[in-house]
Design a binder for this molecule. Sequence first.
Ligand code: FES
Length: 86
Amino acid sequence: SMLEAAHENDIELEGKVYNSIFYSLILCFYVMSGACEGSLACSTCHVIVMDMEYYNKLEDPADEENDMLDLAFGLTETSRLGCQVI
Ligand code: FES
């Protein structure tokens, strides 16, 4: 997942808008810490995908992801949970 990729590459992302070659497909997004480590029990891995073309290529979020996204701060039309985006 996007969250795992960030952690595996020691990328400090919390609270920052991040932009790099590593995420060039996404271009720019906001990602948090991933407190529940991907078990869909928090919304701290909230990301905002800034590239609509990339966003539209993603699988639709499952109901469980949508339920958690509803709790995310600053929810947008292109919000996803980073732990669920592959
Ligand atoms: Fe908790 Fe993604 S890390 S829902």
